[in-house]
Structures are given as structure tokens and as C-alpha cells.
Design a binder for this molecule. Structure first.
Ligand code: FES
Length: 182
């Protein structure tokens, strides 16, 4: 079952942001069809819609689209760690040797589109220490899928000589993220 990433009341028809759950109350109910039309306009991927009577509540769950070059496009649960989406949703052999702790850089990917502006302090420090300077290269274990993004796989098990992809990765970003900008 899809869980809402966030919930808020809206006052009129609008295009909800990716990852948000909108609850439309009665005045907005008449605009439901138009709202549904907006899904394709904003290319937000799958929307799970449930209509609950008699409260006339429409709940819409938005899922960001993850595009992995050479692999495909995937609707991902909003807020999911990118490294987990690459493994579980896209089915890739993305490496993650340290288990998503921002220590190894084997989870790095290259952003083609949608590189996040924010970055965890841990990622920033590791990229600096490991001298990862190439534009668009980021640690997928430190990124949440909260908008559409396109990445290129640059660190896969295949050809790495490693015995496995890495240690298990927790659902939440670790270490506890402190957000900053690059
Ligand atoms: S830095 Fe090791 S898995 Fe991300």
C-alpha cells in the first residue's frame, strides 16, 4: 500500500508537488477531473487516488520518476533513498559497500538531470576527502527520491571484482542527515 509522503489541505485546484498527498475538500471536489488532467502535465508518475464518501475527500499520492540510463524508468516511493531505489525498483547491481553510511563512495552515480541542490554534510565531507570532483557525481545513499531525476550508473558490481554489492542499507538516510548546499 502506498503511504502518503506528506498531507496538507488545499484551497483550490493546483498542481501538487511530487511526493505530496493532497486532500481536496468539497469546494475543490468539482475540480477533480481537472486535477487528474494535471497529472500528465506535470509528469509526476503514478498517482494513487482514493475517493472517500461521504466526506468527499480525494487523496492523491505522487511518486517521483527515477530514470536510469540504459535501464528504464521507475515510479519510486517519495522519499526513498536513491541507492535503495536503484536496487529494489530499478533492479540494478549498484554498489553500496559501506551499507549507505557515506564512507565508501561506491554508491556514486552521475546525475544527468535533477541533481539535488541540497547535500548532507556527510556526503560533502566524503566527496571532499575522497577527491570526487566530477560534476554531477553524487552518493546515492545520501539522496532521497523527492523529485524526478535521471542518473547514469558508474559504479556497478559487474566489472568491479567485488563479491557482492555491499552491506544492507537502512531505510532512512544514515548518518542522520544534516543538510547543507554544495
Ligand atoms: S558511501 Fe558507501 S554506500 Fe554510499
Amino acid at each position: 500500500m502506498i503511504q502518503p509522503f506528506a498531507t496538507r489541505h488545499v484551497h483550490c485546484l493546483g498542481a501538487p508537488a511530487v511526493g505530496q498527498s493532497e486532500i481536496l475538500t468539497a469546494p475543490c471536489f468539482e475540480n477533480m477531473v481537472s486535477l487528474l488532467d494535471s497529472f500528465s502535465r506535470y509528469s509526476v508518475g503514478l498517482a494513487h487516488v482514493s475517493l472517500i464518501f461521504p466526506t468527499r475527500t480525494l487523496q492523491v499520492y505522487f511518486m517521483p520518476k527515477l530514470t536510469v540510463q540504459g535501464v528504464g524508468e521507475f515510479d519510486v516511493r517519495a522519499g526513498k533513498r536513491l541507492v535503495k531505489a536503484l536496487i529494489e525498483d530499478a533492479g540494478t547491481d549498484q554498489l553500496h559497500a559501506c551499507g549507505g553510511q557515506a564512507r565508501c563512495t561506491t554508491c556514486r552515480v552521475k546525475f544527468v538531470e535533477g541533481e539535488p541542490k541540497n547535500i548532507t554534510e556527510a556526503e560533502k565531507e566524503t566527496l571532499k576527502v575522497r577527491e570526487v570532483k566530477e560534476s554531477g557525481v553524487r552518493l546515492s545513499c545520501q539522496i532521497a527520491c523527492d523529485h524526478d531525476m535521471t542518473v547514469e550508473l558508474i559504479s556497478r558490481l559487474e566489472g568491479s571484482g567485488r563479491k557482492d554489492q555491499g552491506s544492507p542499507v537502512a531505510d532512512e538516510i544514515e548518518p542522520a542527515p544534516e543538510w547543507t548546499t554544495r
